[in-house]
Structure formats: structure tokens, C-alpha cells
Design a protein around this ligand. Structure first.
Ligand code: DGL
Length: 295
């Protein structure tokens, strides 16, 4: 009698306002090598971080329903802004489990800080929502949280990624294309309000920001640890799938698929492969009018 194979080979749904969430998708792919990822990037409507909560919630519902319809087994909102605006809404609406990146980011910050003074760099919407302060102080009420709105970082990342495929070559040569004098100056100006607060940890509360980790580290100095939510989110995801016996069986060779609202698939492919760390082989374009029918 053959033994029953336990597991679930369906993909993990991951979405973001654009390309930034690929920093989380990459951590998932590296840690869970048998899992297939179905990634949705709403590039055409990026950025989310300077929009209203109700608008971002509407976009997140559309993305969530789109992935649910694509038969994913769980959804990771790889966008802090959409997590702040819509995590509970999506959990209530959808038939599959939904996790966000803010609780994991908060855990990463708490596990790092010794002074119990933590900085948060995030989009304007995420900072305004107070979601990080609640998540951090919900786990340790004695931690002081200093939030710094930094939506301009999203523009920097998108601007640099739009410069094209040569980025990939320079990155492969070991050069950090985001660690330039111009970007260092822009980053230093934005994080300046955090300097006098005595923080020893800063959490990157936007999935675009790990790409700016080096200039952020330089600006804050060696006494400040820079943490992000990607690894903690992956840990939470692995834990949920393990307990639900929904990890993909070991013999599965993963097939990652990507979808974007961007008109420019070539640019999405070049920038996306660079962030994901492997070529994006299968990319489809999703029309916004199709999404709006799901809202
Ligand atoms: N990557 C998104 C986040 O984690 C934000 C980018 C945007 O403003 O759309 O918050």
C-alpha cells in the first residue's frame, strides 16, 4: 500500500504595490525551496504610500480576490502600506489565510533592540496609521517608537530601477547601485529626525527599503541595527504551513509566476529579476478594469 503524500503544492500568493514585495518573495523562495510563488505587483498604481486608506484598501481587496481566484493556499501581503490599510479586511473577506508584514517587522525590531528605543522608516500612510507603534508596543509596551515618514524612498527605488537592465550587471559585479553619493545625501536628509532619539534599531517598514539598506546604515551610523520583515514573515509563513500540513511535498519543483498591472513588461522583468535574484520567467499582464470587477 502506498503511503499518502501529505502537503499542498498550490502556490503561495504574494502581493505588493509594485516591485518592492519581491524582497519578501525572494526570502520565501530561498527559505522554502519547494514552494511555488504567485506574485502580483500593482505597478501601474504604485505608489500606495501617498494615497488614502480607503483607496489602498480597495486595491488590496482587488489583489487579494485576484490571488484567491488563482487558487493560492495562503496570501502574504508583502506591502506594509496595504497591510496597514487592509489586513483585517482581507482576513475577513477571503477564504484563505492572509498574513501581513507589520507584525513580523515589529517582532524583528523587538528582538533586536537593547535600548528599547526603535525607529520606524515607512511610507506616509503606514506612519499615519500608527500600525507599527501598535504592533511594537502590543508586544512590549515599554519600547519607545519613533516613526519617520519616508515615501520619498519609494520614489528613489522606482526611479533607479527604471534606469534599466544595466543595474543587474552592476549588481552582479558586486556594486550596490543604490549606494551612490546622490542617494546617500537624499537618504541622510530624510532620516535626520531619527538622529537625536537614541535608537539602536530601525525597522524598514516598507518592502522597497531593503534595497536602500546600505545608504540607510551609513546615514544612521554603526550604533543602529537595520532590520526588515522579510525573514520574520517567512518564518511565520513556514510555521503556519507546517502546522496546517500545507507545505509543498519535497519532490515538488517550484514554478514561480508573476503578474503585473504594468504596461511595461520588459521593465518589470528586468527590475524584478534583479530584486528576486533569479529570472522572472512567466509574467502576465493584468488589466486594471479586470481587477475593478473584483472589488
Ligand atoms: N512596498 C510598499 C510597502 O511596503 C510601499 C510602496 C508604495 O508606496 O507603494 O509599504
Amino acid at each position: 500500500m502506498s503511503e499518502e503524500i501529505v502537503g499542498d503544492a498550490r502556490p503561495i500568493g504574494v502581493f505588493d504595490s509594485g516591485l518592492g514585495g519581491l524582497t519578501v518573495a525572494r526570502a520565501i523562495a530561498e527559505t522554502l525551496p519547494h514552494e511555488s510563488i504567485y506574485y502580483f505587483g500593482d505597478t501601474e498604481r504604485c505608489p500606495y504610500g501617498t494615497r488614502s486608506v480607503s483607496e489602498v484598501r480597495k486595491f488590496a481587496v482587488e489583489a487579494g480576490r485576484w490571488l484567491e481566484r488563482a487558487n493560492v493556499k495562503i496570501i502574504v501581503i508583502a506591502c506594509n502600506t496595504a497591510t496597514a490599510a487592509a489586513l483585517t479586511t482581507l482576513q475577513q473577506l477571503l477564504s484563505v489565510p492572509v498574513i501581513g508584514v507589520i507584525a513580523p517587522g515589529a517582532r524583528a525590531a523587538i528582538n533586536s533592540t537593547r535600548t528599547r528605543k526603535v525607529g520606524v522608516l515607512a511610507t506616509n500612510l503606514t506612519v499615519r496609521s500608527g500600525a507599527y507603534t501598535r504592533a511594537i508596543q502590543g508586544r512590549d509596551a515599554g519600547v519607545d517608537v519613533y516613526s519617520c515618514p519616508a515615501s520619498s524612498f519609494v520614489d528613489i527605488v522606482e526611479r533607479e530601477l527604471a534606469t534599466g537592465a544595466h543595474l543587474q550587471e552592476r549588481w552582479l559585479e558586486g556594486k550596490d547601485v543604490f549606494d551612490t553619493p546622490k542617494i546617500r545625501a537624499e537618504v541622510a536628509e530624510t532620516v535626520r529626525p531619527l538622529a537625536p532619539e537614541g535608537i539602536d534599531t530601525v525597522v524598514l517598514g516598507c518592502t522597497h527599503f531593503p534595497l536602500l539598506a546600505n545608504p540607510i546604515r551609513r546615514a544612521l551610523g554603526p550604533g543602529v541595527r537595520v532590520v526588515s520583515s522579510a525573514e520574520e514573515t517567512t518564518r511565520e509563513l513556514a510555521d503556519i504551513l507546517t502546522r496546517r500540513e500545507q507545505l509543498a511535498p519535497d519532490m515538488v519543483v517550484p514554478e514561480h509566476r508573476f503578474a503585473t498591472t504594468s504596461e511595461n513588461i520588459a521593465e518589470f522583468a528586468a527590475a524584478g529579476s534583479f530584486i528576486f535574484g533569479q529570472p522572472l520567467r512567466s509574467i502576465e499582464r493584468v488589466d486594471i478594469s479586470e481587477l475593478e470587477l473584483l472589488g
